[in-house]
Design a protein around this ligand. Structure first.
Ligand SMILES: Cc1cc2nc3c(=O)[nH]c(=O)nc-3n(C[C@H](O)[C@H](O)[C@H](O)COP(=O)(O)OP(=O)(O)OC[C@H]3O[C@@H](n4cnc5c(N)ncnc54)[C@H](O)[C@@H]3O)c2cc1C
Ligand code: SF4
Length: 417
């Protein structure tokens, strides 16, 4: 089904906590679906959506809890708190929504990290001993440069990292750098999503506030009676803004073009709410990132090619999620329910293509992110994931990056043993 990770939750727990503080994560301690942990600040308010769907979940006796959310609900580290200005996807004028440009980067730059933007690395260079000596890249003007380095850390994520390793092939590494296992680019995982939305008689929050307020992990663990292994998280979402309501309404036939258009729009605008199911995808060797034999980017670097088939296990999980999500919405009082599965516009989280493991024959990096084959080359992104988990990936990517950085710091003296 899937290999196990070489590290456990307890190893990463301090780094999750540090990342929660760095990003300013809001949430509520005590979620029975998680090991005990502290919340940095209070959760995003439930609002009408959280309350209505919470009632539905309570009727069914199913788990739900306030979600961890990367929105500051209190003034935090120079960032103003969330004031429910609107839907957050387009960016947060308030600075409440966390992103690394306003959390990690200012601190890194104050610590004299030099950030060079607009550059594309096309090759990691190695010496006769098989150690990385630096990278060749095209700068913002398209001029090739060499940056020497005693340690190279790659964070190009689940497509960019295997692409770079494969593009770094040489006479010594004909199948790509760090690829003696043949695992570079294999086991690509996404998060298949289903979207399940209901329409309600009473007004909901619509787009007024962060989209995510609560979640349910009732169906997270494996139960073979369901016909699939692993499981999923329901991320309960507020409704949609005017444009998305109109766009979705027309696509699903809820809003006709012509005489009835305005009435139909008014009936559903701010009257819908629902959820997405984030399904755990399985690692499968035939889902891959390879190099495109023809396509190149503007600098002439071979482009990545992804090959992916949605598995039968994921299909069954998605169907289960649509059926149970519909149960929740009906129990919450929705007069109609619509779903889209798999959701085309979400879930493209990139994982698994340079996986972590203790066995160099079956993995690319070891249990602290170091490439088995190149002892001063590290990877700190979603490509090292062994399994995908049925949750959003970024907190784990960030916790892993902090853990690998700490491991490098602690073991640097032995790096070249
Ligand atoms: C539409 C969408 C919505 C999402 N929503 C969520 C969410 O709600 N919650 C969540 O947890 N996650 C979400 N994600 C996933 C999240 O964006 C990623 O997990 C996160 O960005 C990973 O961070 P990263 O720095 O490892 O990789 P990335 O953000 O992908 O950054 C990798 C960087 O490397 C650069 N790069 C690649 N190759 C090279 C090269 N050869 N030379 C130089 N630079 C290179 C890329 O240009 C890119 O800037 C979402 C993703 C998408 C697409
Ligand atoms: S609702 Fe979203 S965009 Fe608005 S202040 Fe809060 S976090 Fe920012």
């Amino acid at each position: 089904m899937a290999d196990d990770w070489p590290i456990d939750y307890a190893t990463l727990a301090p780094y999750y906590a540090l990342n929660d503080r760095m990003m300013g994560i809001s949430g509520l301690a005590g979620d029975p679906a998680y090991p005990p942990k502290e919340a940095v600040m209070p959760p995003v308010p439930l609002g009408r959506t959280g309350t209505t769907l919470g009632r539905g979940l309570n009727k069914l006796g199913w788990h739900w809890w306030a979600a961890d959310t990367a929105m500051a609900t209190q003034d935090y580290e120079g960032r103003a708190r969330c004031i429910n200005l609107g839907h957050c996807m387009g960016g947060c004028a308030q600075g409440a929504k966390a992103s690394t440009d306003i959390t990690y980067w200012p601190q890194a730059i104050r610590a004299r990290v030099e950030l060079r933007t607009g550059c594309r690395v096309h090759r990691i260079v190695t010496d006769d001993e098989g150690m990385a000596t630096g990278v060749l890249y095209f700068d913002a003007d398209g001029v090739e440069q060499f940056q020497a380095a005693s340690v190279v850390i790659v964070a190009c994520n689940g497509v960019g990292t295997p692409r770079l390793l494969l593009n770094s092939a040489s006479a010594r590494h004909p199948d790509g750098l760090a690829n003696s296992s043949g695992m570079v680019g294999k086991n690509l995982m996404f998060h298949p999503y289903a979207s399940i939305y209901g329409y309600f008689d009473h007004e909901m929050d619509g787009y007024r506030g962060p989209p995510i307020g609560t979640w349910s992990q009732e169906f997270y663990e494996t139960d073979l009676t369901r016909g699939f292994v692993r499981g999923y998280t329901f991320q309960i979402n507020r409704g949609q803004g005017p444009v998305t309501t109109a766009y979705t309404g027309m696509r699903t036939g809820k809003i006709p073009w012509g005489a009835d258009h305005h009435r139909a729009f008014r009936q559903i605008f701010c009257h819908n709410a629902g959820m997405v199911a984030i399904c755990e995808d399985l690692p499968e060797a035939h889902n891959t990132v390879t190099l495109d034999p023809v396509l190149k980017d503007a600098d002439g670097i071979p482009a990545p090619k992804t090959t992916y088939t949605l598995s039968e296990n994921s299909r069954r999980m998605l169907a289960h999620a649509v059926a149970r999500g519909t149960d929740i919405l009906r129990a919450a009082g929705a007069w109609d329910v619509v779903s889209e599965s798999p959701l085309q516009l979400a879930g493209w989280h990139l994982m698994g293509t340079a996986r972590m493991g203790t066995d160099p024959a079956r993995s690319v990096v070891n249990e602290w992110g170091r490439c088995h084959d190149v002892k001063n080359l590290f990877i700190v992104d979603g490509s090292v994931f062994v399994t995908s988990a049925g949750v959003n990936p970024t907190a784990t990517i960030q916790a892993l990056a902090l853990y690998v950085a700490d491991s490098i710091k602690q073991r640097l003296a032995n790096l070249f043993d």
